[in-house]
Design a protein. Structure first.
Length: 321
């Protein structure tokens, strides 16, 4: 997950719920000495461990002249109060942390504020196919398993667009099984999934939304720093250079969009904007010349269809009882 997102030095990385700093330490090496890594956590004890080891790791292990890591105490719903400036980061990541927040829309709004134009929120969390009953949400065991705090998928996607992000993109989906009979009885027919999402902050005139987030007007997108970006309504072809380490043959933007190295692909206007506005632009050539003659990327599926397809494929691979 980290290698896919942090493929370029000098990136400014923000980790939500950084704990003792495991992901931050990995990110520090990937972004290089000229990049920066900031971890936010509400637990002083965990932050103390991270801070104690940051200098030694960066200077002795990585050979940097100084640490490129900073750790701040605070709540992910209140990043500004934790000292996180607006537009200060290229990538924000978290792993099953948003799920635990009592105010998930506030988290998304704060991440959007903290990201620079072209930045992305790249994270995994647990979601459900329905809104959970109060007795499920209050169950301590299910809270500990990141089940009780899961949002209905469509609710999350609407919150994301309302915060200002363009349509969420799914990078990975895995069904989650509950094996305890009493907990299964409590959750009833609800189904749960681990989903890795990519949310992009753009500063362009976005085309009309489609899919589950279409009911949220694009006008809710917050104002951001201006960035010169070609018009979204011009057909474009993009060609992946194969320059991301470990992904020399192809690059998967989401489950429905994969670029083979050296093969131009005609993309929709939103996909072109995602590539042109952010850190991915260093790894792609984008052109309008002859774009209509290239093969077109596939249509992105709605979240429900992605999940249905994943579950169907899993069922076909499962051994017969």
């Amino acid at each position: 997950m980290l290698c896919a997102a942090l493929s370029r030095t000098r990136l400014r990385f923000l980790d939500l719920g950084s704990g003792s700093g495991r992901d931050c330490f990995a990110a520090a090496a990937l972004v290089g000495e000229q990049g920066s890594v900031t971890g936010v956590d509400m637990t002083a004890e965990q932050l103390s461990i991270a801070r104690e080891n940051a200098d030694e790791y960066c200077c002795k292990t990585l050979g940097f002249s100084k640490s490129n890591m900073t750790f701040k105490q605070g709540y992910i719903e209140l990043l500004e109060l934790a000292g996180i400036d607006a537009g200060a980061f290229d990538i924000c990541m978290s792993n099953c942390v948003v799920n635990l927040s009592p105010d998930k829309p506030a988290v998304l709004r704060e991440v959007y504020r903290a990201l620079a134009v072209g930045g992305e929120f790249y994270f995994s969390d647990v979601y459900s196919d329905t809104r959970l009953a109060d007795d499920v949400r209050k169950n301590e065991v299910l809270w500990g398993e990141c089940i009780a705090g899961s949002l209905k998928i469509e609710d999350f996607e609407e919150y994301a667009v309302a915060a200002g992000f363009c349509e969420p993109r799914i990078l990975a989906v895995s069904p989650i099984e509950i094996y305890d009979d009493s907990l299964n009885q409590l959750v009833g027919d609800a189904k749960f999934f681990s989903i890795t999402y990519r949310l992009f902050k753009l500063d362009v005139d976005l085309p009309a939304a489609t899919g589950t987030a279409a009911s949220v007007a694009a006008s809710t997108q917050a104002e951001s720093v201006a960035l010169a970006t070609p018009s979204c309504d011009v057909p474009k072809a993009v060609c992946y250079k194969g320059s991301i380490q470990g992904m020399e043959d192809s690059y998967m933007l989401d489950l429905d969009t994969t670029f083979a190295t050296g093969e131009p692909l005609r993309v929709d206007s939103l996909t072109a904007a995602v590539i042109e506005c952010g850190w991915l632009r260093d790894h792609f050539d984008v052109t309008t010349r002859g774009a209509k003659h290239f093969a077109a990327s596939g249509k992105r599926r709605e979240a429900r269809q992605v999940i249905s397809d994943v579950c169907h494929a899993a069922a076909e691979l499962a051994p017969a009882c």
